[in-house]
Design a protein around this ligand. Structure first.
Ligand code: FMN
Length: 502
């Protein structure tokens, strides 16, 4: 019997074998160069029920090695598992301390109580001129660090269901074109994440040319084979048996709609069938492959697709399979229309926010004080923007976000805010250091220089040094895109500036 012909009872048993990761959740969506560890910790802290990584290209991730590195995090900036959601300028990420941005508590005071945290970095080493380039493809807080974190983080159960190292369940999103490579990449990271998602909607040239993203919309058999290969690899009987509570890793995908409803229905059906019915959830971005994000989403069109999927193919899309809505959801109140099923006509059971979270991670809070339709209007004054981005900068700094990511995130966001677009945004474009960004978001110059540093890590390095892998690991700092060198002195000084200036 082929998998495609499995009886409905088997199908249902498979799909519902783990409780839904996504149902009822407001989700921080995947964003390249934005969804780094620091951003995810802040989104989770502000109320995102699930957080996504950026899309990681399988071919690269499959070659990565797993390295555990100790980060020294001020306890006030640790992830929070107790689900209280403070205002963003009153970050209380751990249970033991509040880092109050609205007071003038200095970084030195905060640094006085540092916690060593094991962070898993997935690293690739590439020859670059006569140097070894160390690139962190993905990082997350180690699950094995429960013991070290447990004094600081509220662990509310003994297994996997209540404790998430970043504060909320973490889904790794893969860019994939080939089933075997996708399975290899998923196998590399699966024990450090709570779900694996495949990007089947990215319309960018790089993705399409390489058979990934939206290219898979017109190749549903290959798309399904990718999901099946991932599921077979990460949920093999041996692997499941070895996990606490015999946890299965939910497999999902994110795609866009076709302009024709029935084309979407048959695409989704074929993907799920060819996956061997392993699909746990589908995120539907309510735009076609050719529509830009600035255009209004096709919400009712997407609803029709889901309704038709359920009605016409109930065994392919049983209740256990969750549909998540994505497309211009600007804040929690809007998201709740989906997740709390206040839109009785909507078949969606979860909502994903991407750009609105990029602009303002506090969109996930229930008590966010805005009724403005767009977050960029809600953040209407430089002071409000500063509240958010000072918090973001602190997290970027302590969780070692690659500088190019910080720059991308801030410049992309600041161009959306009318009140700073003409003043601060142009300065951001020429900013070249963490310190410069810290100052631009509102820290005073002295704090910015002392706690964030005025130069980028790359600029500290001699141009001709060549180092081995061990040196590179030992000399790690801000993650991605680092040219490792044997001249760690200045870099160490910068780390000291942040972590032990007390
Ligand atoms: C900067 C940026 C990066 C993105 N990267 C990804 C990605 O890695 N994977 C993906 O599936 N979608 C990606 N997207 C698309 C978003 O996740 C989302 O589908 C799209 O922005 C529509 O949702 P929104 O209206 O809530 O922003 C990205 C969008 C932006 C703005």
């Amino acid at each position: 019997m082929t998998l495609h012909n499995e009886p409905a009872s088997v199908v249902e048993a498979r799909v519902t074998s783990s409780s839904s990761l996504y149902r009822g959740q407001v989700i921080a969506g995947p964003m390249v160069r934005v969804s780094a560890l620091a951003f995810r910790v802040l989104c989770a802290n502000q109320g995102a029920g699930v957080v996504f990584t950026e899309e990681m290209v399988s071919a690269k991730l499959s070659k990565a090695t797993r390295e555990v590195v100790v980060y020294r995090i001020p306890f006030g900036l640790l992830p929070n598992n107790n689900k209280t959601r403070p205002p963003i300028d009153m970050i209380r990420l751990s249970n033991e301390g509040t880092f109050d941005l609205s007071s003038n508590e200095s970084m030195a005071q905060v640094n006085a109580r540092l916690v060593d945290v094991d962070v898993v970095e997935y690293v690739v080493y590439e020859a670059f001129k006569n140097m070894l380039k160390r690139q962190v493809v993905f990082s997350t807080i180690a699950r094995s660090d429960r013991n070290r974190l447990h004094q600081h983080v509220d662990l509310d159960d003994g297994g996997n269901t209540g404790y998430y190292p970043e504060g909320s369940p973490l889904v790794a999103q893969l860019g994939a074109a080939d089933p075997a490579v996708a399975a290899a990449a998923a196998s590399v990271v699966c024990e450090d994440v709570d779900g694996i998602d495949v990007n089947m909607g990215c319309p960018k040239k790089f993705s399409i040319d390489n058979g990934m993203g939206a290219a898979l919309m017109s190749a549903p058999e290959r798309a399904g084979a990718i999901l099946k290969a991932i599921n077979d690899a990460v949920n093999s009987p041996d692997r499941v048996a070895s996990r606490p509570h015999h946890r299965r890793i939910p497999i999902s995908f994110k795609t866009r709609v076709f302009s024709d409803v029935s084309a979407s229905v048959s695409q989704l059906r074929r993907v799920v069938e060819c996956s061997g019915f392993c699909v746990h959830a589908i995120t539907l971005h309510a735009r076609t492959r050719d529509q830009r994000s600035e255009t209004a989403p096709l919400q009712s069109h997407a609803e029709l697709v889901v309704t038709q999927c359920r009605r016409e193919h109930p065994t392919v899309f049983p209740e256990g399979l969750c549909f998540v809505y994505n497309g211009s959801v600007d804040h929690r109140e809007q998201a709740d229309l989906f997740v709390k099923r206040r839109l009785h006509t909507s078949p969606f059971e979860g909502a994903m926010l991407s750009r609105s979270a990029m602009w303002d991670p506090s969109v996930f809070t229930a008590h966010r004080h805005t009724t403005a339709p767009f977050v960029s209007e809600a953040l209407g004054s430089p002071a409000e923007i500063s509240r958010v981005y000072k918090a973001m900068m602190l997290l970027h700094r302590v969780y070692h976000t690659n500088f190019t990511y910080v720059k991308y995130h801030l410049t992309r966001s600041y161009q959306e805010f009318p009140c700073v677009k003409k003043t601060v945004h142009p300065k951001m474009q020429s900013a070249r250091s963490y310190g410069a960004f810290a100052e631009l978001v509102g820290f005073d110059r002295e704090t910015a220089q002392r706690d964030f540093g005025m130069i980028t890590f790359e600029e500290l390095l001699p141009k001709s040094a060549t180092v081995g892998k061990q040196d590179a690991v030992r000399q790690r700092e801000s993650g991605d895109e680092i040219l490792a060198s044997d001249a760690p002195v200045a870099k160490e000084a910068r780390v000291e500036g942040l972590t032990s200036s007390a």
